[in-house]
Design a protein around this ligand. Structure first.
Ligand SMILES: Nc1ncnc2c1ncn2[C@@H]1O[C@H](COP(=O)(O)OP(=O)(O)OC[C@H]2O[C@@H]([n+]3cccc(C(=O)O)c3)[C@H](O)[C@@H]2O)[C@@H](O)[C@H]1O
Ligand SMILES: Nc1ncnc2c1ncn2[C@@H]1O[C@H](COP(=O)(O)OP(=O)(O)OP(=O)(O)O)[C@@H](O)[C@H]1O
Ligand SMILES: [Mg+2]
Length: 263
């Protein structure tokens, strides 16, 4: 792997980005005539960054929902989320989604992936239930790496009104988290959707975020070909091809639903 590329990705002015994102959030509240913002707080780094971006100017206008499925969500994740609530002072609700998820098994016995995605969609439903009730906007937590890979549940965590950190790669999210003062252990932990037991992002994706971000950055920011990207990143061409395919195959998640050419 080429460390220079990784440094290039990480090397950003995080004070300026923070300022821009805080202003973006305030502007969105004003422009859309809503009372505030709501987010799902998992204990992971993406939603942690959202909470910390809201903490300084929008604390009184933000609600965080902590929504474990107590069957599979590690207790440590909920504890980390509660720790960040204590540190930020943001209003929160703790909702166990296990009984809701269980209800679905009366319709069909799902496979692991379908049930995991259901968890993400149940959380999205609850967020929109609150957003409707309180005239709030739902914050999306997708970062640029997840977005470009389609590594999110369609109409689950992919469903949101505004997406503040969608221009930041995961490596950059880790850097801004340091700047914002997100707890060390939240920054250091391995990224995980926790859609099923022992679920880990890098394991499922088959690559580290250093590799994924280096490849995506060269393909989409530097507009390099697959061959050039492999050379520049010093990563095996087969992995570059795999990441490229993941981007292409997930296009449907980033576009409006297809419609017939003519009525
Ligand atoms: N070509 C196409 N055109 C239009 N629609 C198409 C389609 N192909 C599939 N679809 C539809 O999309 C569905 C598949 O998409 P989806 O339901 O999202 O499911 P899928 O992409 O298979 O799974 C979601 C992935 O995102 C990961 N994830 C989820 C949530 C959070 C995080 C995280 O990082 O925290 C990661 C999860 O681990 C898993 O790898 C199909 O069932 C079908 O309905
Ligand atoms: N237990 C949970 N409680 C509340 N929201 C959740 C929970 N699990 C997932 N979510 C929501 O779904 C989003 C997507 O999950 P994802 O795992 O990608 O993000 P993360 O946990 O914040 O960071 P990371 O990707 O590093 O694990 C979260 O950011 C959060 O908004
Ligand atoms: Mg997570």
């Amino acid at each position: 792997m080429n460390q220079e590329i990784i440094n290039e990705i990480k090397n950003k002015d995080y004070a300026l980005i923070t300022q821009t994102l805080e202003k973006f959030l305030s502007d969105q509240i004003e422009k859309n005539h809503v009372n505030g913002l709501i987010l799902g707080l998992s204990g992971g780094i993406d939603s942690a960054v959202l909470a910390y971006l809201c903490k300084r100017q929008l604390k009184e206008k933000t609600i965080a929902l902590i929504m474990p499925d107590t069957l599979i969500t590690p207790k440590s994740e909920t504890e980390d989320a509660l720790k960040m609530i204590a540190l930020t002072g943001i209003e929160y609700k703790l909702i166990d989604i296990k009984p809701i998820v269980n209800e679905y098994s009366m319709y069909v016995e799902p496979n692991n992936l379908a049930k995991g995605n259901l968890r993400a969609r149940v959380r999205a439903n609850i967020l929109y239930y609150y957003a409707n009730s309180k005239n709030y906007l739902v914050l999306g937590s997708s970062d640029k790496s997840e977005y470009l890979l389609g590594y999110f549940t369609k109409y689950g965590d992919g469903a949101s009104d505004i997406t503040p950190i969608i221009s930041l790669y995961k490596l950059q999210v880790r850097e801004i988290a340091k700047y914002l003062g997100v707890p060390e252990n939240v920054i250091a932990k391995r990224s995980s959707p926790h859609l099923w037991k022992e679920h880990e992002a890098e394991e499922e994706l088959g690559a580290s975020y250093e590799e994924i971000d280096s490849i995506l950055y060269c393909l989409f920011d530097k507009k390099k070909s697959i061959g050039e990207t492999a050379e520049l990143t010093q990563i095996d061409k087969s992995l570059v091809e795999k990441i490229y395919s993941q981007n292409k195959n997930s296009e449907h998640k980033r576009l409006p639903a297809p419609k017939p050419d003519r009525d």
